[in-house]
Design a protein around this ligand. Structure first.
Ligand code: ADP
Ligand code: MG
Length: 583
C-alpha cells in the first residue's frame, strides 16, 4: 500500500487541470444518486394514493412527478457521464503526449534496454487501463456510492426490520458470485495462455512453411494444431459452463431471499401494519440496489489494474536521459581543424568494446575504419553524435570536448548514412527533407539529383509526392540508400559518417550508390566504415580496429607493406573482390 500511495497521488496530479469539471461532475453524481432513491421512494405514493385510495388529484400529479424526476435525472446523468468521459479521455491524451515527449528525450541506451513493443504498450494499453481506473474509480465510488446510500435510506425508512433481514439474506446470494468470479479468473488466465501458444504456433508454422514443406510435415503440423485447438476449446467451454450457470444459480438463491421478504412483507400488509406502497417501495429500492452494489464490487479490480499500469508508465516517465546538455553547454562552430579521439574507452556493460582509442582526423580528410564484424566500428562512430558517451577519455572537435557542446548543435554538424535506411511513412519529398521540412523543392531536387535518385523518383506514380515507407511503396535497397544519401546531402553537414552504407547492396546497385556517395563526400570530413576495397583505397588514411584498439594506421600501401593485421584483414575480406575486379 505504501508503494501504491505515491502512484495514486501522482495520478491525481493529472486530474488537476480538470478539477472544476470534476467537482461539477461529482455534484451531478450525488444528485443522480439521490434521484434514484427518489424513484424508489415514489413507488409508495403511487401505489397507496392512486391504486388504494383512488385519489384523482394524485392520479394527475404523480405521473407528472415521475416524468419530471426522470427528465431531471436524465439531464444530470447525461452531463455527469459526458463530463467524466471528457475528463478521462483528456487525461489519456495528456498522458500519451507526455510519455511520447519524454521518450523522445531519452537516450539510445534506453531504447536498447526496452523492447519497442513494450514501449508501445505503455502508450496504448497501460494508458487506457489508467483511464479506466480513473473514471471507474470516480464514477463508481461516487455515483454508485451515493446511489447505494440513497436506496439503502429508502429501504430502511420504509421498513427497518425487513431491511435488516434482507441485508443479512441477500449477501448469501452474493457468495456464489464471488466463487464463480474466482473460477472465471482462473479459466481466463488459462484461456490467455492457450490462445498465446496457439498464436505463436501459427506464427511459427506459417512463417516456416518452407521448412514444413521441405520436410513433409504438413500432416504433422495439422495434427499438432488440431490438438492445441481442441485444448483451447475445452477451456472455452468450461468458461461457457460457468457463465451459463452463474445467473440461474444466483437467481435461485435470490428467490429464497425474495420469498422470505414476500412472506414477511405480505404478512405485514395483510395484518395492516404496512401499506402495499410501503412494501413495494421497499422492494423497488431493494432491486435497484443490485446493479450499483455489483459495480462497486468490481471497481476495485479496475482500480488495481489501473494502478499497476500507472506504476509502469511512471517508470518510463521517471527514466532519465543518460545524455543531456550540460548546464553550461556551448554552441560549437563548424569543424575547421580536427576531430580527435583521445584515449577513448567505451563499454556497454563490463567489457570494453573500445580501449584507449586515440586518433585524429583533420578537417577535409577522408578516413576509412576497417575491422572484423563485431569489432566495434559502429560503436566507435556512434560516439561522435553522442548516441552514447565515452566511458573514459574524450572526443574533441577543434579541441572542444563534445560533452561541452550543445547536443543539437553537435548533431547539426553530423550527417550519417548507415546500412539500414529508415524511411518514414510519408512522401519522398518529406523523407528527403526530414531534417528541415522548410527546404524548397529546388533544393530537394538538387540533392536528389546529386544522389542519383531524381531519375527513379520521377518515375514513381506521384513523383516527389509518392508516399513511401512502411505502409507505402516498396523501394529497392539501392533506391532507399540513395534517398538516405539525398537526405544527408540536403542536411549539408560538415562531418560525414558512413557506416557500411553499401554493404547490403548487390554490386550493380552499389555502383550507383557509390557514385552518389562520392558526391556526398566531396568537401566533407568523412569517417567511413569500409567493407569494400574501393572505399578503403580512396581513403586518405586507414584506421585498423582490432582487439578493441586502433592497432594500425596508414595508407593501403604502407599497411600492406607492414604485413600485419591490415594485411590479414585484407586477405580475408578484400582479396576476392580484387580478383573479381581484376578479371
Ligand atoms: P561492428 O560495427 O564493428 O560490427 P559493433 O560496434 O556493432 O561492431 O559491435 C561491437 C560490440 O558491441 C559487439 O560485441 C556487440 O555485440 C556489442 N554491442 C553493440 N551494440 C550494443 C548495445 N546496444 N548494447 C550492448 N552491446 C552492444
Ligand atoms: Mg557495424
Amino acid at each position: 500500500m505504501a508503494r501504491i500511495m505515491p502512484v495514486y497521488s501522482r495520478l491525481i496530479t493529472f486530474l488537476r487541470p480538470y478539477r472544476f469539471r470534476l467537482i461539477i461532475a461529482m455534484m451531478f453524481m450525488i444528485a443522480v444518486g439521490v434521484l434514484k432513491g427518489g424513484q424508489a421512494w415514489l413507488v409508495k405514493p403511487v401505489l397507496d394514493r392512486i391504486f388504494i385510495e383512488k385519489d384523482l388529484v394524485m392520479l394527475w400529479l404523480l405521473p407528472l412527478a415521475v416524468v419530471g424526476l426522470f427528465i431531471v435525472k436524465g439531464i444530470l446523468d447525461y452531463h455527469q457521464a459526458y463530463l467524466m468521459g471528457y475528463i478521462g479521455q483528456n487525461i489519456i491524451c495528456d498522458l500519451r503526449t507526455k510519455i511520447y515527449r519524454h521518450l523522445q528525450t531519452l537516450s539510445l541506451s534506453f531504447f536498447s534496454r526496452n523492447p519497442t513493443g513494450v514501449l508501445i504498450s505503455r502508450i496504448t494499453n497501460d494508458v487506457a487501463a489508467i483511464q479506466g481506473a480513473v473514471s471507474n474509480a470516480v464514477t463508481g465510488l461516487l455515483k454508485d456510492f451515493f446511489t447505494v446510500l440513497a436506496l439503502a435510506g429508502v429501504v430502511v425508512y420504509r421498513d427497518w426490520k425487513l431491511a435488516l433481514i434482507s441485508f443479512i439474506l441477500f449477501p448469501l446470494a452474493v457468495v456464489p458470485i464471488v466463487k464463480f468470479g474466482r473460477r472465471l479468473r482462473k479459466l481466463s488466465a488459462a484461456n490467455q495462455a492457450a490462445m498465446g501458444s496457439l498464436t505463436s504456433f501459427l506464427g511459427e508454422t506459417i512463417a516456416g512453411q518452407r521448412v514444413v514443406k521441405v520436410f513433409g510435415r504438413e500432416g504433422y503440423e495439422s495434427e499438432r494444431f488440431h490438438g492445441q485447438n481442441k485444448g483451447l476449446l475445452r477451456i472455452v467451454l468450461k468458461v461457457c459452463r460457468v457463465r451459463a450457470m452463474s445467473s440461474p444459480v444466483m437467481e435461485v438463491l435470490g428467490s429464497f431471499a425474495m420469498a422470505g421478504i414476500l412472506y414477511y412483507g405480505g404478512l405485514a400488509v395483510i395484518q395492516g401494519t404496512k401499506t402495499p406502497g410501503d412494501f413495494f417501495s421497499f422492494l423497488a429500492a431493494m432491486l435497484m440496489l443490485y446493479q450499483p452494489v455489483k459495480r462497486l464490487n468490481k471497481v476495485n479490480n479496475v482500480i488495481q489494474a489501473g494502478l499497476a499500469a500507472a506504476e509502469r508508465v511512471f517508470l518510463v516517465l521517471d527514466s532519465k536521459p543518460d545524455i543531456e546538455d550540460m548546464a553550461d553547454a556551448v554552441d560549437i562552430k563548424p569543424m575547421s581543424s580536427c576531430l580527435e579521439f583521445r584515449k577513448v574507452t567505451f563499454r556497454y556493460q563490463e567489457e570494453a568494446v573500445l580501449k584507449d582509442v586515440s586518433f585524429k582526423i583533420a578537417a577535409g580528410q577522408r578516413v576509412a575504419l576497417v575491422g572484423l564484424s563485431g569489432g566495434g566500428k559502429t560503436t566507435l562512430v556512434s560516439l561522435i553524435p553522442r548516441f552514447y558517451d565515452v566511458s573514459e577519455g574524450a572526443i574533441l572537435i577543434d579541441g572542444v570536448d563534445i560533452r561541452q557542446a550543445k547536443l543539437a548543435c553537435l548533431r547539426s554538424q553530423i550527417s550519417m548514412v548507415t546500412q539500414q535506411v529508415i524511411l518514414f511513412n510519408d512522401t519522398v519529398r518529406a523523407n528527403i527533407a526530414y531534417g528541415d521540412l522548410e527546404k524548397s523543392m529546388e533544393e530537394i531536387m538538387e540533392a536528389a539529383k546529386a544522389a542519383y535518385a531524381h531519375g527513379f523518383i520521377t518515375s514513381l506514380p506521384e513523383g516527389y509526392d509518392t508516399v513511401i515507407g512502411e505502409s507505402g511503396l516498396r523501394l529497392s535497397g539501392g533506391e532507399r540508400q540513395r534517398l538516405a544519401i539525398a537526405r544527408a546531402l540536403l542536411k549539408d553537414a560538415p562531418l560525414l559518417i558512413l557506416d557500411e552504407a553499401t554493404s547490403s547492396l548487390d554490386m550493380e546497385s552499389e555502383s550507383e550508390v557509390q557514385r552518389a556517395l562520392e558526391n556526398l563526400m566531396k568537401g566533407r570530413t568523412t569517417l567511413v566504415v569500409a567493407h569494400r576495397l574501393s572505399t578503403v583505397r580512396n581513403a586518405d588514411r586507414i584506421l585498423v580496429l582490432a582487439q578493441a584498439r586502433i592497432l594500425e594506421e596508414g595508407t593501403h600501401k604502407s599497411l600492406m607493406a607492414a604485413n600485419n593485421e591490415y594485411r590479414r584483414l585484407y586477405q580475408m575480406q578484400f582479396a576476392e573482390e580484387e580478383r573479381e575486379i581484376g578479371r
